[in-house]
Design a protein around this ligand. Structure first.
Ligand code: PEP
Ligand code: MN
Length: 264
């Protein structure tokens, strides 16, 4: 990984000499599930445990998350494993609850980044915080919306920012669930060169078999980290079952990607 200026800020605080790995289930399902995955991930290269507890589903009738209850599970996972935690926040109330439960990193989902008033509300709720906030690209391939969200957080004096590239929806069916459109994050980086850039291959792929190649492309492009959906029983996950990989697969992937040297 290049030693760019951005690695001198919050990312450097993790003491990493390799890209940041964030992993965990799409959704927190039960306390047992969160703790089991956390323990399986703690001996991998994963620094941050992810789990969605408020799930903005595109259509109603799907699992919409366990809600605030899951914050306690994440706290417990952190206490037991020492991993940092992250979850999605989609309004100011989520922010208050997540801060009260000491969640380390907050992420803004793709369905939230499209909405300037909601982004502003969340940025206001985080005014001046030193929490790290990761902003996913909007669902649609609109660089300005993504830039606008970054600007709203910077204007609210949230300095520890990063962005997550999770692909862009298209009406046409392609091999991807969300088209990567690699040029868009490159253009964003040209405007904010110090902003750490993380790939979410899971929501780009929508399937397990191309996660590796997406991660490889991102590392070739000097991305600063990966956020990979991981579940011990992917087929039976309550959301995004097709795209989740097991902690064992993730572990091997970090070896194959040369993030971790065999035997380390
Ligand atoms: C997620 O990370 O599970 C999620 C809902 O992501 P996105 O906002 O990228 O769709
Ligand atoms: Mn998901």
């Amino acid at each position: 990984m290049q030693n760019s200026k951005k690695l001198r800020n919050w990312l450097e605080a993790f003491g990493l000499d390799h890209p940041l790995v964030i992993a965990g289930p799409c959704s927190a399902e039960t306390q047992e599930q969160v703790l089991k995955i956390a323990h399986q991930l703690k001996d991998t290269d994963t620094t941050v445990l992810r789990a969605g507890i408020w799930k903005p589903r595109t259509r109603p009738g799907n699992f919409e998350g366990v809600g605030a209850l899951g914050l306690k599970w994440l706290q417990e996972a952190k206490d037991q494993t020492g991993m940092l935690t992250t979850t999605e926040v989609a309004n100011a109330n989520h922010v208050d609850l997540a801060l009260k439960h000491d969640i380390d990193i907050l992420w803004i989902g793709a369905r939230t980044t499209v909405s300037p008033f909601v982004v502003q509300e969340i940025a206001d709720a985080l005014q001046g915080t030193d929490k790290t906030v990761l902003i996913k690209n909007p669902v649609n391939p609109d660089l300005a919306l993504w830039l606008g969200a970054v600007e709203r957080f910077y204007s609210a004096n949230v300095q520890n920012l990063g962005v997550i590239h999770r692909g862009f929806s298209t009406y046409e069916k392609t091999k991807y669930r969300n088209n990567p459109e690699w040029q868009i994050p490159i253009d964003l980086q040209n405007q904010f060169p110090d902003l750490p850039l993380i790939l979410d291959p899971s929501h780009i792929a929508g399937r397990r078999d191309i996660i590796f190649e997406l991660c490889q492309t991102a590392l070739d492009l000097n991305y600063d980290g990966l956020m990979v959906e991981t579940h011990y029983d992917p087929d039976n996950a309550w959301s995004d079952a097709k795209q989740q990989i097991t902690p064992q697969t993730l572990d091997q992937m970090t070896v194959d990607l040369r993030i971790r040297k065999k035997g380390d």
